[in-house]
Ligand binder design. Structure first.
Ligand code: SAM
Length: 332
């Protein structure tokens, strides 16, 4: 591996330090959430183009060497990728990595929670939009709310804390459903985060957003929560907390109040494409160059050049038609 440049070099053209890499380990998913993937989607990456584990480790290792300290495994549904636990363990063991997290829909979590924890995964985000079984089937295309709830219980039993529930809330989401989720999260000790739908792919464009700052403030006040000042860390969520001070409710508002000025992340697709912004087409075909025989030094230079050209911000509001790839293709 090349010796230069060293840790801390990942500063983009807008003085943002990039220290967070999201890695899509598969673009396949066992759910078809209405705002994420069309029911009859056929455009999945061919398996021959999926990075093999050793290829993923090589690219992730280069990012970590350049100063990335946080990695999230995502997808598609990451727990569908064969061997993902071993992959997680190898990433967790990389010197310099401080935080390895996983985003999951929870359907496979009851089987895997314990081994994910043992592998060194520090945090879990679990997607859950409703506690109503019929609404869950409608939104996800599968009748498996019970498996997700079993997965959540297993995650807590395995010792994950905090556990964040990610919930896409759009203009037509019944407020009572969101309140029910908040009550559930508060009883279970989970953190509920409400997310505005982004116009990614044609199905993402089918959902109008509502300003979740407003809904969050209303729900927080009804539940006796107060704004949390410094609880959000470097992430995009704004939080409300309970009496103990820990965050309980958060909102992520890419549409009504974007947070691009503090963006600290880039994404690696399942084929090794580096996406520099969720809401722009700028990308670097790292996986292809790796397979063409690029050296670590050449890949490092390509990463640095990509980061230097990271777009200032998304254009989801002004140009909603722009991003034709679906969320599951980029890695959520
Ligand atoms: N399968 C995993 C999961 O369910 O968390 C990881 C991938 S999923 C694409 C990551 C997150 O993206 C989920 O919370 C999902 O709800 C969210 N998501 C998908 N499409 C979205 C969209 N158009 N706008 C906002 N969030 C979206």
């Amino acid at each position: 591996m090349s010796k230069e440049p060293a840790t801390g070099s990942l500063i983009d053209g807008f003085s943002r330090r990039i220290d967070y890499l999201r890695v899509s380990v598969t673009d396949r998913c066992d759910l078809r959430c209405s705002y994420c993937l069309p029911k009859d989607f056929k455009g999945f990456e061919t398996p021959a183009n999926w990075l093999r584990h050793e290829e993923m480790l090589r690219l992730v290792g280069l990012f970590v060497r350049l100063g990335v300290s946080k990695v999230r495994l995502t997808g598609g549904e990451p727990l569908l990728r064969r061997g993902v636990i071993g992959l997680a363990a190898q990433i967790a063991a990389m010197p310099g990595l401080r935080d390895l997290s996983v985003s999951t829909n929870g359907t496979q979590l009851a089987r895997h929670a314990r081994e994910l924890r043992a592998a060194g995964v520090t945090r879990l985000n679990i997607s859950l939009d409703t506690l109503d079984a019929a609404a869950f089937s409608r939104i996800t295309g599968r009748d498996c709310l019970e498996s997700v709830l079993a997965g959540l219980a297993a995650a807590r039993e395995a010792g994950f804390a905090p556990i964040k529930l990610n919930s896409v809330v759009h203009a037509a989401t019944p407020e009572g459903e969101v309140r029910r989720l908040l009550d559930y999260a508060m009883v279970q000790g989970f953190v509920l985060r409400l997310i505005e739908p982004m116009p990614m792919g044609e199905c993402g464009r089918g959902f109008a957003h509502t300003d979740l700052n407003v809904l969050g403030a209303r729900l927080a006040s009804q539940a006796g929560l107060i704004p949390a000042l410094a609880a959000s860390g470097s992430g995009p969520a704004r939080y409300w907390s309970g009496g103990h001070g820990a965050p309980v409710l958060g909102v992520i508002t890419p549409m009504s109040q974007h947070f691009c000025a503090t963006c600290n992340r880039v994404r690696l697709g399942v084929d090794g494409t580096l996406y520099l912004c969720l809401g722009q087409e700028d990308r670097v075909p790292l996986g292809q160059w790796l397979r063409d025989g690029a050296s670590d030094a050449e890949l490092t230079q390509a990463i640095l050049a990509g980061i230097a050209a990271k777009p200032e911000r998304h254009e989801f509001v002004t140009r909603p038609e722009r991003i034709i790839r679906f969320m599951a293709q980029t890695g959520g």
